[in-house]
Design a protein around this ligand. Structure first.
Ligand code: RNT
Ligand code: ZN
Length: 415
């Protein structure tokens, strides 16, 4: 079917495809730099994630430097439609002769200036994260909640440094920068004190957020459990939701892979929208106990997008991608996940939401199910192809040829 034919068919359902495309064109998505190198970063001589975060797989060709990561990122985003931000972690500080290595508590804006230049050159926004893992100062699995004052101090200072960096990036780009604090703290086995660590985390956060940073959107990312911390996570959903609710300008960032496998963040978005002006998300795909598989064009991703669209929250739900699969081509992983999020957004923008809502409110549950199901097979792919054409990116699987060629010409030279 041609785009014009598809457009006509959608009109009979009361859906304006032009409006859908234009809304999607304006929606920013933050693309995580850490997909390109398995969250290794540039500040750690061992070059690997660990101490709080696990990445599995050993596909060849990961980016080993700032130059390689930038090059890979640009290749990936050239195949993904839509407006992009780049999501940085503090461990991606750029060290040079003039700006030699400093530990994480001593990081400054100058270590990220090259990223800001890169963002400016390419028209990307930036988001930021303190890196509270893959570092020897995570002791006994704890950072901000540690009973050891030296450990806590180090991480508080790192988080304050990160927040200042985020503020300066925001000033440079005349934009707001989301700064997201995620910590791995927890216990493998039944704790004998649950309150103590949470009290220490609360006090640490109060110190971290004390300074005014008008260009920063402060987030705390909650988690249910992870391998190695099966029994207790200090920064749980209740802890951070309550923290955010009681602290102005702090938001609980919900990661799609951080809940019980039968819980969905799509169901949580509306609750959060009623109480917070921003609802930050990590869009990812949880598989049992792992939270970070490449985003698929699956029911939950569509449902997340549908909540964003039908609640008219395109500007309030701040989307960042968060996955890292080191067992497949990393550029392809970026592209597949990035395109899938875009597809899910477009799919959501092409649903007969008004009619569906009206059916629910009049108790017409039969009609609601009928229409939900019929709308699934409207000619979505023709609108998707049109959107891709207008964005100047490949419409279908041919993008993969570009990635394979890049693999042969560039990635194969890395070991
Ligand atoms: C980990 C969190 C966190 C990290 C990134 C690298 O479970 O999801 O967001 O994935 O900070
Ligand atoms: Zn996350």
């Amino acid at each position: 079917m041609s785009y014009t034919e598809a457009q006509k068919l959608y009109t009979t359902y009361g859906i304006d495809t032009e409006e859908a495309i234009s809304k999607l064109t304006d929606k920013e998505v933050s693309i995580h730099c850490w997909q390109g190198d398995d969250v290794a970063g540039f500040d750690n001589p061992d070059g690997g994630a660990g101490n709080g975060l696990a990445v599995t797989g050993n596909y060849p060709g990961r980016a080993r430097s700032f130059e390689e990561l930038k090059q890979d990122f640009l290749k990936a985003v050239s195949l993904i439609p839509g407006k992009k931000r780049i999501n940085l972690h503090a461990c991606y500080a750029v060290f040079t002769e003039e700006n030699p290595w400093v530990d994480r508590d001593g990081l400054e804006y100058r270590h990220f200036e090259p990223w800001v230049e890169f963002a400016k050159e390419n028209g990307f926004g930036i988001d930021f994260n303190p890196t509270v893992f893959s570092h020897p100062m995570v002791k006994d699995g704890l950072s901000l909640s540690s009973p050891d004052e030296t450990v806590r101090r180090f991480w508080i200072d790192h988080c304050i440094a990160s927040r200042r960096i985020a503020q300066q990036i925001g000033e440079q780009l005349a934009d707001k920068v989301l700064n997201n604090v995620w910590i791995p703290d927890g216990y493998k086995d039944t704790p004998s004190d649950r309150l103590g660590p949470r009290k220490r985390l609360k006090d640490a956060l109060d110190e971290i957020f004390a300074e005014e940073c008008p260009n920063v959107i402060d987030c705390v990312e909650s988690k249910f459990f992870a391998v190695g911390v099966e029994s207790y996570t200090v920064g749980s959903n209740e802890f951070y939701t309550a923290y955010a609710a009681s602290h102005d300008h702090v938001y609980n960032l919900m990661d799609a892979g951080h809940y019980h496998p039968s819980e969905n963040i799509s169901d949580k978005i509306s609750a959060m929208l009623l109480y917070f002006d921003y609802v930050p998300l990590h869009v990812t795909r949880g598989v049992n106990w792992d939270s970070d598989h490449v985003v698929a064009f699956d029911d939950e991703t569509k449902e997340i997008c549908r909540e964003i669209v039908r609640n008219d929250a395109m500007d309030r739900v701040l989307v960042g991608l968060d996955f890292f699969d080191a067992s497949i081509n990393r550029i392809a992983a970026w592209v597949i996940g990035g395109r899938n999020f875009q597809k899910a957004m477009l799919f959501a923008l092409l649903q007969p939401d008004q009619e569906l809502k009206a059916m629910q409110d009049t108790g017409d549950f039969t009609g609601r199910l009928m229409l939900q199901e019929e709308a699934k097979t409207l000619p979505f792919s023709d609108v998707w192809a049109e959107y891709c054409r207008r964005q100047g990116v490949p419409t279908g699987r041919e993008w993969f040829d570009t990635v394979k060629e890049y693999g042969q010409n560039v990635l194969s030279g890395r070991n």
